[in-house]
Design a protein around this ligand. Structure first.
Ligand code: GDP
Length: 229
């Protein structure tokens, strides 16, 4: 990134480890293997950012990355925020206890976290959402959390099929959802627009945030611009 810089800020094993500085937070969640690490790296413009989250000791923790120098909407200066990497779910091989501890920590983060401005709920555009995805979406709806569905790996689908999948995902979306965005962490498609949604959620009051449609493009990190097709 030309202006913004992302650095690992620490892992939390319990709510007492969550940051206390009140910076806006954007959480990333999704089934394991949807491309969560790849997407974090694509947003940060660095390959290594989310590698730290896949360290064996950290995959079950909530990992915080501080991003400084993020251009605010409308060119009103720069600010800092956290990317919050929540544990992936749906490990078929994990024991019930392990699965429950993932969920407990993720829920302890998501429920009542004051600085949380947006959840980026990542799904694999190639697959129908499974039962766990549907449960999570219902849970986000029920708790009134603002979330954006990022349908990743659109590069692996014909364009029309990707659009059809995005429309299917948008069907029945809850009132606090901000929409569905097709992205490709590997090819960079949709990354600029995802950044726009993130900066709007982090720095604009909720009433000023558009639910759909592109925002202005200024102050994009250089890597995101480089990716655009
Ligand atoms: P995580 O478990 O959710 O953190 O997923 P990873 O980022 O490790 O990615 C899982 C797999 O999906 C890897 O093989 C990636 O190469 C692949 N992947 C991630 N993003 C994309 C994408 O945008 N397009 C395609 N085709 N594959 C992707």
């Amino acid at each position: 990134m030309k202006h913004a810089t992302a650095t690992f800020a620490g892992s939390a094993a319990s709510p007492s480890d969550f940051p206390r500085d009140g910076l806006p937070e954007v959480a990333f969640l999704g089934r394991s293997n949807v491309g969560k690490s790849s997407l974090l790296n694509a947003l940060a413009g660095t390959r290594g950012l989310a590698r730290v989250s896949s360290d064996p000791g950290r995959t079950r923790l909530v990992n915080f990355f501080r991003v400084d120098g993020v251009g605010k909407p409308g060119g009103s200066g720069r600010g800092a925020l956290y990317f919050v990497d929540l544990p992936g779910y749906g490990y078929a091989k994990a024991s019930k206890d392990v699965r429950e501890s993932f969920e407990k920590l993720a829920v302890s983060y998501l429920a009542g976290r004051a600085p949380l401005r947006l959840c980026v709920f990542i799904v694999d555009a190639r697959h129908e959402p499974n039962e766990r995805d549907a449960l999570l979406r219902d849970w986000l709806d029920h708790h009134g959390l603002p979330y954006l569905i990022a349908a990743n790996k659109v590069d692996a689908l014909p364009r029309a099929e990707a659009k059809r999948r995005e429309q299917a995902l948008a069907h029945g979306i809850g009132a606090t959802a901000v929409g569905v965005l097709g992205v490709s962490a590997e090819r960079g498609a949709g990354i600029d627009e995802l950044w726009n949604r993130i900066r709007a959620a982090a720095f604009l009051p909720p009433a000023a945030q558009p639910r759909e449609g592109p925002l202005e493009d200024e102050n994009l990190p250089s890597t995101a611009q480089d990716h655009e097709h």
